[in-house]
Design a protein around this ligand. Structure first.
Ligand code: PPS
Length: 397
């Protein structure tokens, strides 16, 4: 056991303190297996480029300790559950799932499917259909350098793979390929208030620019960096507003950040509405236990098996059961700013631009059957999932 501590985030004495707490908080039937498997999670990369991981390091799994109920042998497996997005809405919080004894999840977001291999899988299907393992090998080869893709997992735990790009432009092929390889895949999307999402995205890119500039990157390189802001944050916001206004004036196309229904559609088509869960990213922050109960139920797990509390200092939920654990400090910065108060005129324009697509989302995921007074009354209740959508959907109801 001592060797594990050399490559983990946890000191031996802290782990010893955690051990009994964890064993007291896992289901009685999982106790023996969890005790046998319990150890600190290994660090696989000491310095990640994205600071959103554990103190800058990348762990082998999402949870800092390995809490597993399975004693079965491990094998290469495709994910049972796929998180398809949406960026800045709280996909990172799915990391908490890895602390559940029946679930396992990588701490990074390996990409099993891209437009090329998804297309190839669809082409192969039905034409002398190679064995599934050949498909997997094919993906492994085309997928390139990401060594973490085909980690071995036990058969008896759910494996989760969040990957926000799956909901992008190749979504139709990706959804079809997923269906061919694993027809039982369950899909999770996390939608959130697009006004907060826009700000969160720009603020993240701005942080990256500041970091890279202080690290010596010159202006030209910053300009080429797609993940950076190459203008001042306020100017970027002004540009976004101007574009949103132009689109409104020209008939109302979306400036982006709100196209939840369109992104979910291919997955609903392939797997059925009942296998595609849309979580509320805002409720994940304000009412974590309510939103997590929806998720656990969807995965067929006991709703009481994970509990959260809101950490006052962080202002965000942290896991309380089966282990105490908060996400890294890099997550949860921009949502501390009230964007509407900071940018009242810009956000008023954004609100109008986002309104049609948010209505579409409400109808598509059957949050309401119609956008009417009854629906608006339901959304007005701050405790209901998607209450943030009231502001967009009920502008003129
Ligand atoms: N429990 C908890 N702890 C910390 N942060 C939380 C939590 N729940 C939701 N959030 C919000 O998640 C936002 C980041 O979303 P993502 O993880 O999807 O971001 S990313 O796209 O992977 O970069 C992140 O956005 P920022 O505030 O801009 O950092 C948070 O507001």
């Amino acid at each position: 056991m001592d060797a594990y501590f050399a490559h983990s985030m946890i000191e031996k004495e802290d782990f010893e303190k955690m051990e009994q707490y964890i064993l007291d908080h896992v289901p009685a039937e999982d106790f023996a297996a969890v005790r046998k498997n319990l150890k600190p999670t290994s660090i696989i990369l000491e310095e990640a480029t994205d600071k959103a991981y554990h103190e800058g390091a990348v762990l082998e799994h999402g949870c800092p300790v390995e809490i597993r109920k399975s004693l079965e042998p491990l094998e290469k497996r495709l994910p049972d559950v796929v998180g398809i997005g949406f960026a800045k809405c709280g996909t990172g919080t799915l990391q908490f799932l890895d602390c559940h004894p029946s679930v396992t999840m990588r701490s990074t977001e390996p990409k099993f499917y891209n437009s090329k291999n998804a297309f190839d899988i669809i082409q192969f299907d039905g034409e002398g259909t190679p064995e599934k393992y050949d498909y997997l090998k094919k993906i492994e080869i085309t997928a390139g350098k990401d060594k973490q893709k085909f980690l071995k997992f036990s058969k008896t735990v759910l494996t989760v793979n969040p990957k926000k790009q799956y909901a992008g432009s190749a979504a139709l092929d990706v959804a079809k390929a997923m269906k061919i390889l694993n027809p039982k895949t369950k899909i999770i999307g996390i939608a959130c208030d697009p006004i907060k999402r826009v700000y969160s995205q720009f603020a993240m890119k701005n942080r990256r620019t500041e970091f890279k500039t202080s690290d010596g990157m010159d202006e030209e390189a910053i300009h080429k960096c797609r993940a950076c802001l190459n203008k001042d944050l306020n100017e970027t916001i002004k540009d976004f507003t101007e574009n949103a206004q132009r689109l409104l004036d020209n008939g109302g196309n979306s400036p982006g950040f709100d196209e939840y229904a369109r992104a979910l559609e291919p997955f609903v088509e392939q797997f059925g509405d009942e296998n595609v869960l849309l979580l509320d990213g805002e409720n994940l922050i304000t009412q974590p236990n309510q939103e997590w109960a929806r998720l656990l139920e969807f995965l067929g797990l006991n709703k009481e098996s994970m509990k959260f509390y809101i950490d006052e200092e962080k202002g965000f939920p942290c896991l309380e059961k089966p282990v105490k654990y908060c996400l890294n400090g890099a997550k949860g910065t921009s949502r501390k700013i009230d964007v509407r108060q900071e940018y009242p005129e810009d956000t008023a324009i954004w609100r109008k631009s986002f309104s049609p697509k948010i209505k579409e989302m409400i109808l598509f995921k059957k949050i309401c059957n119609k956008i009417d007074e009854k629906c608006c009354q339901k959304l007005r209740d701050e405790k209901s999932s998607f209450s943030w959508a009231h502001e967009y959907a009920c502008l003129d109801v």
